[in-house]
Design a protein around this ligand. Sequence first.
Ligand SMILES: [Zn+2]
Length: 199
Amino acid sequence: MTAAAENDIVLSLFKDCDALLQGHFKLTSGKHSEWYFEKIRLIEKPAALEKIVDLLAAKIRREVPGFDTVVSPAYGAIAIGFQAALKLGKTFAFSQRADGKMTIRSGFSGLDGSRAVIVEDILTTGGSVQEVVDCLRERGVAVAGTYVLVDRSAGAVPIDGKPVGSLLSLKVEAFEPEACPLCAKGVPIAKPGASDKKA
Ligand SMILES: [Zn+2]
């Protein structure tokens, strides 16, 4: 399958489960956008998510020859990484913030000295994924790759100096309200708010 064909399939899967909305949205940054990702829809519809994770797991299988575990940051990506690990026959762990710092519970036993693939839902600035890389390194875990469902930077944000693998690469333009072409056309605006993570 070509990258463009894969992009189209994933785009329609996202639209089918209402995880990707097209319209006129006010983002938490105050900027306006034609697109909005409602990540919570992915978790709400496991059957739809599974079809997407199938494609992600196949991509990881093709591109990463040897690794032991999948690691995802809490909470939204846990369901995605867990399903990917199940399909790939790997172990799974998640990272979480404790007192503001990204950490992995010491209870995850098999990590030290292993090779991990990081799986995240949406890459925007890459800040939290880089923190996962850093906390894995502190545990002596080598990062074999980073994969996301959606790369909103369209390849502009490398993690750990390496490109991030994504199913859907979509540069989402955000406009200042006074420069917004949708406002200029008089399209009514919506302020979505189900996601607890700042866009
Ligand atoms: Zn606008």
